[in-house]
Ligand binder design. Sequence first.
Ligand code: BGC
Length: 320
Amino acid sequence: MGEYFIGIDLGGTSIKLGITDATGHLLHKDEMPTRPAEGAKAGMERMAAGARQLAESAGIAWGDVKGLGLGAPGFLDLAEGKILRLTNIPWENVPIRDGLQDLLGIPVVIDNDANVAALGEAWSGAGAGLTDMVLITLGTGVGGGVIAGGRLIHGAGGMAGEVGHIPVEPGGVPCGCGQQGCLETISSATGLVRLATAAVGAGRATPLKSDVEAGTITTRDIVNAAREGDPVALEVIDTAVDALARVMAILTLVNNPAAFVIGGGVSGAGETLFTPLRRAFGRHALPDVARGVQIIPAQLGNDAGMIGAAGLTAKGTMMG
Ligand code: BGC
């Protein structure tokens, strides 16, 4: 007997499922491919089957699972529990909350993937104990979750915190959201690869040339080249952190967070990212407001989304 909560982190490549106790302690987790092309209905059915399987593998009776939360990477109608549009998965207008509820017979709550990662980090990660923090995830996309006064901010339309779509480059390259020059086009993993590819295309000499030409270049290659002192890789990272730091400087003036918690695959670059990011933030942010603002790595890694999503339905959490 007990109370357990399932969190699902829906991503472009994989679906991560985790089960927690009522304190946000992750007890068991699992992962399956998203297979976006199979469509939303098939995806939803696999998520529901995966959730039951997860409880079973953890030795937890389904009757003790009190709720399920789902984090999804894109634009949602929170009141209706619907996916409106996801930037990297072609599923549109999916009534996923009710669909999962019907399949599983337990309460389901949905929220944005970066919002739930922010909740996870605030519940039991790098932001534990902080009432004012902003989480920014740097992965395929750039996501954000804003916690202010101890609450996750949704705003009037439920889309507050979509920091990846803050426009930073007038007339810049098209973004998956339909706009141009969004932060995501520069500071995401995709943005870094694009910048490195453009540098090679412009004839710059760099050890990244062979990876670009083979079409295999990843952020890891860029980070490794930067660590070896390659000026092109260092410039690419500087461009990405400069745009990010400008956005952080603006956010600092909006809600004066105690910390920016940076997660997502790109944050795995460690000090190769954090040192220039802190320097750029120092350049752009208003000193009186920025003083004492910490810029720290997320602690829960890939587990943040699952843990935060589970927390969407757990009482006594920020959302419960
Ligand atoms: C989406 C966000 C999401 C982020 C990270 C962005 O493209 O608009 O909703 O949080 O990617 O997945």
